[in-house]
Design a protein around this ligand. Structure first.
Ligand SMILES: O=C[C@H](O)COP(=O)(O)O
Length: 226
């Protein structure tokens, strides 16, 4: 399993990249707004992320019509070679994804909540599909179950004919809220988990590691005093 960092915060991205932990970054309009960035700085900000991370960086189109999404997507793809255009899973998004894929632009279909949506994303030529866990849990559904179903359904078929990249569509487990979500996604075979920095930090932690470290340090003090 690969990990992407789900943030637009440059300090978080630099720190996580220094751990060798992340293979890419995903952003969305909310995450960019959280940085306090302006619209005029958006492309520069994505460029900066692409310089820090040597892997796919998802930047989302906020257009609603297929032609505008394609125009947006082509501009975003021009920022750097590792930009992936994030497009919502809706009719206009599918049409735009199909056109962007035809032009060789990798697309991450986002806001995916069902197997049929994921199958259509794959057929349209998406390079990635992002089922959301936490937001599904928020409405008393089972987000992890949905990821498992999507991983299972996509693995039944070869969609390589649908993408100009000829690569298998990869599932990005998104809206990840806990290390438990990551564990379950890894067990069900999701290709990637995109995690907020807070979750990435929790993934490193274990109380027995802390307790073990504390006792090693105490015993080492005894050695030094001997
Ligand atoms: O845009 C994708 C994010 O993974 C959504 O995460 P969130 O539901 O925690 O805002």
């Amino acid at each position: 399993m690969k990990f992407f960092l789900d943030t637009a915060d440059l300090a978080e991205i630099e720190e996580a990249a220094s751990w060798g932990a992340i293979a890419g970054v995903t952003t969305n309009p909310t995450l960019y707004a959280r940085t306090g960035g302006k619209l005029s700085d958006f492309h520069n900000h994505i460029k900066r992320i692409c310089e820090i991370v040597d892997g796919p960086v998802s930047a989302e189109s906020v257009a609603m019509q297929r032609d505008e999404i394609v125009r947006d997507g082509l501009e975003l793809a021009d920022i750097a070679d590792n930009v992936v255009v994030k497009v919502p899973t809706m009719v206009e998004g599918l049409a735009a994804t199909h056109e962007l894929a035809r032009r060789g632009v990798p697309v991450n279909m986002t806001l995916c909540f069902s197997v049929p949506q994921a199958l259509l994303a794959a057929r349209a030529g998406a390079r990635y599909v992002s089922p959301f866990i936490g937001r599904f849990d928020d409405i008393s559904e089972d987000g992890l179950d949905q990821v498992s179903n999507i991983v299972g359904a996509l693995s039944q078929y070869d969609f390589s004919d649908a993408t100009v990249h000829g690569e298998r569509i990869e599932v990005i487990a998104a809206s990840v809220r806990s290390a438990h979500h990551v564990t379950q996604c890894a067990l069900m075979g999701a290709d990637i988990a995109t995690v907020p920095f807070g979750v990435l930090k929790k993934m490193v932690q274990h109380p027995l590691t802390d307790r073990g470290l504390e006792s090693f340090m105490k015993d080492w003090e005894k050695v030094q005093g001997a």
